[in-house]
Ligand binder design. Structure first.
Ligand code: NAI
Length: 271
């Protein structure tokens, strides 16, 4: 259902790899709500070709950019303004990757080259995007930038290894850049801390299936779906959340503030 919440707005959406991606669902919903969008992903992700389907479905263009490369990000912001005919109203940062996780390396034994790469791709990339947009003055006043995070930024989760550190840094960049961009152009910067969701990045984590079920049982509303996450992103891009900035917003069915549910107790009951 469209309420035209994003009518007339121009957005950049990163991180749509396939139909399961949180970014994919957000792109579809932003389009339904009347936004013009540009899609972007790392050049390597383009080769899989899936993103072209999304571009057709949403009538959008694709601009490849490795989010760790300043020249490619500069090209992204300048071409996006050319294509859509004006400054950018919203940006979704939905980028994460850890080779330590892919290779099943435990936290005490992290490989530092991979660790650096995790931080660069998954956290510094947000700073780089904001830096490029800020210097080019590419965002409209009251524009909105949303990054996707996870509760391992605040609590220890054994399996999340260096991505936990990346998310803690990401949320800190949200606060610090949110301050500067708010002062400069009233641009809002927030992160959404999303439930475990069955995507390529999520599924790459060891034991993800069991943890997904655990979180489902320990959230009074159940896990937040990818569609619900996309709706929340749309609301943060819209003019209805203009005074929300520098926040990490839990979107997790209540998981973050629950100690124990009856459902989880039942699952562990001995008699
Ligand atoms: P996904 O695998 O569909 O998306 C991750 C995206 O990052 C991919 O499109 C990938 O191509 C892109 N990417 C990787 N390296 C890049 C680079 N150098 N430059 C540009 N793009 C690059 O998975 P998902 O789950 O949709 O992930 C999106 C965001 O949501 C990530 O930040 C992830 O950490 C976060 N998140 C995911 C949760 C989950 O359980 N799936 C839970 C909470 C947060």
């Amino acid at each position: 259902m469209s309420h035209n919440l994003l009518q007339g707005k121009r957005g950049i959406i990163s991180g749509a790899l396939d139909e399961n991606s949180l970014a994919w669902k957000t792109a579809v919903k932003a389009h339904q709500q009347g936004a013009k969008i540009v899609l972007t992903n790392a050049p390597i992700a383009m080769r899989m070709g899936e993103i072209k389907k999304l571009a057709e479905q949403t009538g959008s263009e694709i601009i490849p950019a490795d989010a760790t490369n300043m020249d490619e990000l500069t090209n992204l912001f300048s071409k996006s303004q050319e294509i859509m005919g004006g400054k950018i109203d919203f940006v979704l940062h939905a980028i994460g990757m850890s080779t330590n996780i892919r290779k099943n390396i435990a936290y005490p034994e992290l490989n530092y080259d991979f660790y650096n790469k995790t931080l660069d791709v998954s956290a510094l990339s947000l700073h780089r995007m904001l830096n490029v947009a800020y210097k080019m003055d590419a965002m409209s006043e009251w524009g909105s930038v949303v990054a996707l995070s996870y509760i391992a930024a605040q609590r220890a989760f054994s399996f999340y290894t260096d991505m936990a550190d990346a998310k803690a840094l990401l949320e800190s960049i949200v606060r610090s850049f949110g301050y500067h961009y708010g002062k400069y152009r009233k641009v809002r910067v927030n992160s959404i801390s999303q439930s475990p969701t069955k995507t390529t990045a999520g599924g790459g984590i060891k034991g993800f299936g069991d943890f997904y079920d655990f979180a489902e049982l320990n959230s009074p509303l159940g896990n937040a779906s990818a569609e619900a996450c996309a709706d929340y992103c749309v609301s943060l891009f819209s003019d209805y959340t203009k005074m929300v900035t520098m926040q990490n917003l839990f979107h997790d069915g209540g998981y973050s503030f629950t100690g124990m549910t009856d459902d989880l107790m039942k699952a562990f009951a001995k008699e």
